[in-house]
Design a protein around this ligand. Structure first.
Ligand SMILES: Cc1ncc(C[n+]2csc(CCOP(=O)(O)OP(=O)(O)O)c2C)c(N)n1
Ligand SMILES: [Mg+2]
Length: 371
């Protein structure tokens, strides 16, 4: 019997705006208007301003660990803008701040989260997203579940989940992808391939040439996009969103980008990254690229930039004030949200603010009489 080829595949890479801000007009047609690009550029600049200040807050002891988004703003905002605010759900990890703010999360919530204040995770009513997710990969399953519910209820909504290249090495990723494609759920799997999972380079944790091709195994439409190109990211995400909303099932997007900062404030990437690599990617910075584009089209001036920088400074000050100015939580908070009815021993702890593990701490024996 002759050998038959039963499967062949290719992965497309989409770029519309190159690193000099020069656009392929044909591909750009019908993506974003000048006005929209301007608005999104402002979001990106403000996001970076807050990012840089958050780093300083950690350094001065005013915040716990913080993962900078620097370099990945176009990926987050381009994808976020292709989704419907208040309708579609975002299921993030922790490097998509710009998209979260665009979809209505008050900016200081992200700071609260990293300050260790649980109230940063209490997503306000009407804001359609799950809290930041630190366990790598678990949120992708949540996105599949959420979008499955949309499908069962016949609601024209999408769940888009964000994750890194490293997350695609997790079992959860494969389970989420398999379920989504088998049940044709309206899910967008948006991978920010920033080339590193903390200190592990992409090549050391997977043997596939692209991340995008992993989706082929699940029969899912998949594409690789220049993740630092706002127009291209918007275009591919909008296509995936339209397809999902029309009942066409899930899609995978690999946004090729780069983490310009350390993994988090607990990291020092100089210990494992070649400075030449970082320098090369600084030349592809999505914010600088977009500014070049806007300037070349006479849509942006140095004066406008100066006034935006000023506006961003004020915004950042307000956001920090909101995060730091929040009233301290009461000690009751520790007890109030886990159980519908507090078990008696926790009831005692709540009243006395002591553990009553009698015998373990003999000095607390007196508490036995509290009941
Ligand atoms: C289940 C799990 N394992 C390990 C970690 C520790 N950890 C935190 S971030 C990270 C790397 C994630 O890399 P990637 O998915 O590429 O995202 P990036 O940080 O690059 O945006 C790891 C292993 C974790 N948070 N959760
Ligand atoms: Mg990564």
């Amino acid at each position: 019997m002759p050998v038959r080829t039963v499967y062949t595949a290719k992965i497309d890479h989409i770029q519309i705006m190159d690193e000099h801000g020069v656009v392929d007009e044909k591909l750009a047609h019908g993506t974003l208007s000048d006005q929209e690009v301007l608005e999104l550029y402002k979001y990106m600049c403000k996001c970076r301003a807050l990012d840089e200040t958050a780093f300083k807050l950690q350094r001065s002891g005013r915040m716990g660990t913080y993962p900078q988004n620097k370099g990945q703003e176009a990926a987050a905002i381009g994808a976020g803008y292709a989704l419907q605010r208040g309708v579609d759900w975002l299921v993030p990890c922790y490097r998509e701040n710009a998209a979260l703010w665009m979809h209505g999360l008050p900016m200081h919530y992200v700071l609260l989260h990293w300050m260790g204040d649980e109230r940063g995770n209490q997503i306000p009513e009407g804001v359609c997203m799950t809290p930041l997710c630190i366990p790598i990969g678990t949120q992708m399953l949540h996105a599949t579940g959420i979008s499955w519910a949309f499908k069962i209820r016949n609601e024209p909504k999408i769940a888009a989940t964000f994750f890194g290249d490293g997350a695609t090495s997790e079992g959860d990723f494969h389970e989420a992808m398999n379920f989504a494609s088998t049940f044709q759920t309206p899910t967008i799997f948006f991978c920010q391939n920033n080339h590193w999972a903390i200190s592990v380079p992409r090549e050391s944790q997977m043997n596939s040439e692209t991340v995008a091709q992993k989706a082929l195994a699940y029969g899912m439409p998949t594409v690789q996009v220049d993740g630092n190109d706002l127009l291209a990211v918007y275009k591919v995400t909008k296509e995936a969103a339209d397809r999902a909303r029309a009942g066409g099932g899930p899609s995978f997007i690999e946004a090729v980008t780069y983490r310009l900062a350390d993994h988090t404030t607990a990291d020092d990437a100089r210990r494992y990254r070649d400075p030449k690599e970082v320098e090369a990617w600084q030349g592809k910075d999505p914010v600088i690229r977009l500014r070049k584009y806007l300037t070349a089209r006479s849509l942006w001036t140095d004066e406008q930039q100066a006034s935006l920088d000023e506006e961003a400074k004020i915004m950042v000050t307000d956001v920090i004030r909101a995060a730091e100015g929040i009233a301290k939580p009461t000690t009751d908070d520790i007890f109030d949200y886990t159980y519908a009815t507090l078990p008696p021993e926790l009831e005692v702890q709540k009243r006395t603010l002591r553990t009553h593990s009698l015998g373990q701490y003999p000095e607390q024996a007196a508490l036995s009489s509290v009941r």
